[in-house]
Ligand binder design. Structure first.
Ligand SMILES: *[C@@H]1O[C@H](CO)[C@@H](O)[C@H](O)[C@H]1NC(C)=O
Ligand SMILES: *[C@@H]1O[C@H](CO)[C@@H](O)[C@H](O)[C@H]1NC(C)=O
Ligand SMILES: *[C@@H]1O[C@H](CO)[C@@H](O)[C@H](O)[C@H]1NC(C)=O
Ligand SMILES: *[C@@H]1O[C@H](CO)[C@@H](O)[C@H](O)[C@H]1NC(C)=O
Ligand SMILES: *[C@@H]1O[C@H](CO)[C@@H](O)[C@H](O)[C@H]1NC(C)=O
Ligand SMILES: *[C@@H]1O[C@H](CO)[C@@H](O)[C@H](O)[C@H]1NC(C)=O
Ligand SMILES: *[C@@H]1O[C@H](CO)[C@@H](O)[C@H](O)[C@H]1NC(C)=O
Ligand SMILES: *[C@@H]1O[C@H](CO)[C@@H](O)[C@H](O)[C@H]1NC(C)=O
Ligand SMILES: *[C@@H]1O[C@H](CO)[C@@H](O)[C@H](O)[C@H]1NC(C)=O
Ligand SMILES: *[C@@H]1O[C@H](CO)[C@@H](O)[C@H](O)[C@H]1NC(C)=O
Length: 762
């Protein structure tokens, strides 16, 4: 196609205007609105376009073969032409200028060099270049559009810095889908000693990829080589940039910043569907928000709350469960002393996105050991790592000051060594933390979480108060135990007790998350157990079918371990005093967790060691010596465990179980059947198909050992756990103690003081 139009621009100069598919702009050939310049491979088009309903005209580049017009670059994005009078041409001094009818310059591009016979070509890559006619070398281009990215990152386009000139190339989103002028969202390399890509909202950091470790960015696993495209990160004295190129040339892909959705998206054109498909989208979750968890916080998306403290650190704010407080981050559980180098060590952390590198230092030729020494010798050095993970790790990077914006990422191969007091390495072995601080919640937070203690949120009630389900602002589900107000405990006494209970941490105990004291209110906040309590399964005809033998055995072993921990492994030596099916809660994987531990000790009223004049517990589970004489010990808990075991095996409650032939309770009936060798009659019918009989018989046997009349005959929990897991011969049990329901003389007088803990859930 040839020239088809003239455009009158000034009295003295006539320009030829090129038409579609014509190759280039020269000093005698201009491009006017309405005509396009197409790249040689016909992949890209340079032309004028409008957005939305606007009549504003922009000069831009878009894909030629993609039916949905997808603009990758806009020249006059800040300065639209109000009508279709725009003309792009080379003026006599060799600058590329965009003129509108009134001769004002809407946009221009000039070379710093002297220009001979300039031409402007749209290359196959989508790069518009101004160059000398015979100059093919990209390094000698006079000007190129790839140096001025709009919102789209194309293959072959550098993002980053020319250190010689201080020139930066970064992406800036369109203000809106109809307005290509620069929005607040931008993305580029931040020049620290250990550079990384940072997305910003205005001047505020929104998110970072983490630094380049030779293979990828430590926190952006998507920005890694793959089957379709490959990255090239360059950092030397002249330049710092990242670029990517296509492996399969046929694929069309772009990365684009979107102000509307606040996303960085990697899209691939799917010809079959005739649409763009998102391949990667960042931020992918809340953890990608910059510095969400504050210094030494670790964002773990699968955790609840997602902000956790790195090991060896504790929340700075005790009310950190409020997301507003997350950014305060964490502080050391043990202070660092700087002077004494013997008291300093480094703890290796794996699988982390490396901290913000604003205050970092790199030496590419140091090894890890030199790196450690370098870090050790400066008190403000908080961590070190290899700067490059290739070939087993090379180079040294160290961080000064607080470590921020850390995320748990699955596949990072770059270990981070964090400065710690030497003693820290030996602590926290069983999760017992000396300096544990339990978060204090405000009453307002709890009221909001429980919908003002709405009766719809009620999970149950017991002697210690009502229990509600709650949802915190960050979405975490909690169980809220509002202690009844008649507890005469003082505030500091209450707090001390809560703190001591909080130190009890075991996977088979319901975790205490925090507490609240305000006015008359005393509230405990626990983790929420979605599957409710054990009794709602084993005593329910329908739901009992869900619990096959292997699940029940797992539950039995879990309860035993939890109780063992309370009795022997925790420092407090807790006697539960109210172990029963409704106090065993089940997590989402049906793991058992004992609840209400420590409650009797803390809130159960007056007690002397081993004897109480106020019996706390539930008849049917109480050991005879406890029910009758108020004597409690770890062995009275063992008795309750025996009852629980029997109930799990038989699927029947101890109280209220009547056999047609014997007017006995469950224990009496079970003992009789066992003695007469009719064990199979006992087993919950729904277990008959799933059970391993030998295992089940062993459990039954252990149950009777736990139920013996004299507490000194009963095994301790460590022995119970051992018996559950071994195949050794078991001792013959003596006749079970008569449980309280049939024998307690004091029953009627003390019945009002019985603690029936919960109806359902917690
Ligand atoms: C564009 O015009 C259409 C039809 O006139 C109208 O429905 C739509 O709201 C307009 N959009 C904008 C962004 O003004
Ligand atoms: C010329 O046009 C530009 C863009 O269309 C506009 O911003 C400017 O105000 C106009 N100037 C005059 C003198 O009309
Ligand atoms: C060509 O355009 C450039 C950029 O706008 C300007 O600096 C230069 O003076 C123009 N040359 C002439 C001869 O108008
Ligand atoms: C970006 O900044 C603006 C203005 O400061 C603010 O209104 C907006 O919420 C911010 N967006 C994000 C995603 O941070
Ligand atoms: C940005 O996202 C909005 C909606 O999420 C979409 O309509 C628009 O096309 C996107 N812009 C780009 C440049 O992809
Ligand atoms: C980097 O480390 C090497 C090897 O330890 C050393 O020779 C060099 O001086 C260091 N460079 C700087 C700038 O510290
Ligand atoms: C430790 O490093 C910081 C940050 O580079 C520096 O300001 C300080 O002088 C160093 N201190 C020592 C003792 O080298
Ligand atoms: C236990 O809870 C999880 C998560 O709420 C749920 O997916 C699962 O179905 C529950 N299991 C039973 C047996 O109810
Ligand atoms: C538990 O019982 C076993 C066997 O009777 C005994 O050897 C062990 O010392 C007991 N453990 C404790 C802590 O009392
Ligand atoms: C139980 O009753 C006996 C006799 O009736 C009495 O001596 C004992 O103190 C009572 N125990 C409790 C805990 O009330």
């Amino acid at each position: 196609m040839g020239i088809f139009a003239f455009l009158f621009l000034s009295l003295f100069i006539f320009y030829f205007v090129i038409s579609d598919a014509a190759g280039r702009i020269t000093q005698s050939q201009a491009l006017s609105d309405g005509t396009n310049l197409v790249s040689k491979n016909e992949g890209f088009v340079l032309g004028f376009f409008s957005t939305g309903n606007s009549t504003n005209r922009y000069l831009g580049i878009w894909y030629n073969n993609i039916p949905v017009r997808t603009v990758v670059c806009v020249a006059n994005r800040r300065n639209p032409i109000r009508d279709s009078s725009g003309v792009l041409m080379l003026n006599s001094s060799g600058s590329l200028v965009l003129l509108s009818q009134n001769k004002t310059i809407a946009w221009s591009a000039s070379s710093t060099k002297e220009v001979g016979s300039p031409v402007v070509d749209l290359l196959d890559s989508g790069n518009l270049v101004l160059r000398e006619e015979n100059e093919e070398n990209p390094g000698s281009y006079l000007w190129q559009s790839f140096d001025y990215p709009t919102d789209t990152w194309l293959p072959g386009m550098k993002l980053g810095w020319d250190l010689r000139t201080g020139f930066e190339r970064r992406l800036t989103a369109w203000k809106s889908p109809d307005d290509p002028s620069p929005g607040e969202l931008s993305c580029g390399i931040v020049l620290t000693n250990y550079p990384e890509i940072v997305a910003k909202n205005g001047s505020k950091k929104l998110g970072r990829t983490g630094p380049w470790n030779g293979v990828g960015f430590s926190g952006a696993l998507g920005l890694k080589a793959n089957q379709i495209y490959d990255y090239n990160f360059v950092s030397n004295n002249d330049e710092v940039y990242i670029m990517y190129h296509m492996i399969k040339n046929s694929a069309i892909t772009r990365a684009v910043l979107n102000q509307t959705s606040y996303l960085y998206e990697r899209d691939i054109w799917v010809e079959a569907d005739k649409k763009w498909t998102t391949f990667i989208s960042t931020p992918k979750d809340k953890c990608d928000s910059y510095n969400l968890c504050g210094p030494y916080g670790n964002c773990i998306i699968s955790e609840s709350p997602i902000c956790q403290c790195l090991e060896g650190f504790k929340p700075k704010s005790t009310e950190r469960w409020n997301p507003d407080n997350w950014a305060k981050g964490c502080v050391r559980t043990t202070e660092l002393s700087c002077e004494d180098k013997d008291k300093i060590g480094f703890v290796k952390f794996v699988g982390l996105k490396l901290p913000d590198t604003t205050y970092s230092w790199v030496n590419k030729s140091m090894n890890l050991n030199e790196c450690r020494v370098k870090c050790l010798n400066n008190c403000s050095c908080m961590a070190y790592s290899n700067s490059d993970i290739r070939d087993g790790g090379n180079g040294c990077v160290i961080w000064y000051g607080d470590l921020i914006d850390i995320i748990q990422v699955a596949a990072s191969e770059q270990d981070l060594y964090i400065r710690m007091p030497a003693s820290e390495k030996d602590q926290n072995i069983d999760g017992q933390n000396e300096d544990l601080e339990l978060p204090l919640f405000s009453l307002a937070t709890i009221a909001m979480a429980t919908n003002k203690f709405s009766s719809n949120n009620k999970l149950g009630e017991g002697g210690f108060g009502l229990v509600y389900k709650g949802i915190l602002a960050d979405g975490q589900e909690i169980a809220v135990k509002r202690l009844s107000q008649n507890s005469r405990q003082g505030l500091s006494e209450f707090k001390n007790e809560v703190m001591s209970i909080a130190k009890l941490q075991h996977r088979n105990l319901v975790r205490l998350l925090g507490y609240c004291i305000e006015g008359e209110e005393k509230i405990l906040i626990y983790e929420y157990m979605p599957n409710g309590s054990l009794d709602s399964f084993i005593f329910d005809q329908m739901r009992s079918n869900i619990l096959g033998w292997s699940m029940r055995f797992n539950i039995i072993c879990g309860i035993a371990r939890g109780l063992l921990y309370l009795h022997e492994d925790s420092r407090l030596r807790i006697i539960h005093r109210d172990l029963k099916a409704s106090n065993i809660l089940l997590d989402s994987k049906m793991n058992p967790k004992i609840s209400d531990f420590g409650m009797a000790r803390s809130f159960g009223g007056d007690q002397t060691e081993g004897n109480t004049n106020r019996v706390v517990g539930t008849y049917g589970y109480m050991a005879p010596e406890y029910a009758i004489d108020g004597l409690f010990s770890i062995k009275s808990d063992v008795f309750s465990f025996g009852i629980l075991l029997l109930e799990i095996i038989c699927g029947k409650k101890n109280r209220g179980s009547f056999h047609p032939e014997y007017s006995l309770n469950l224990v009496g009936h079970a003992w009789k059947s066992w003695k007469e060798g009719r064990m199979l009659e006992l087993i919950d019918t729904c277990l008959k198909d799933s059970c391993i009989l030998s295992e089940l018989e062993r459990c039954l046997h252990i149950s009777f050992l736990c139920l013996q009349q004299h507490h000194e005959d009963r095994p301790n929990m460590s022995f119970v756990v051992m018996m559950l897991h071994s195949e050794s011969l078991l001792q013959e049990p003596k006749e079970p103690g008569k449980t309280s329901s049939s024998s307690s003389k004091n029953q009627s007088s003390s019945i009002n003081e019985i603690t029936i803990t919960l109806l359902d859930g917690q």
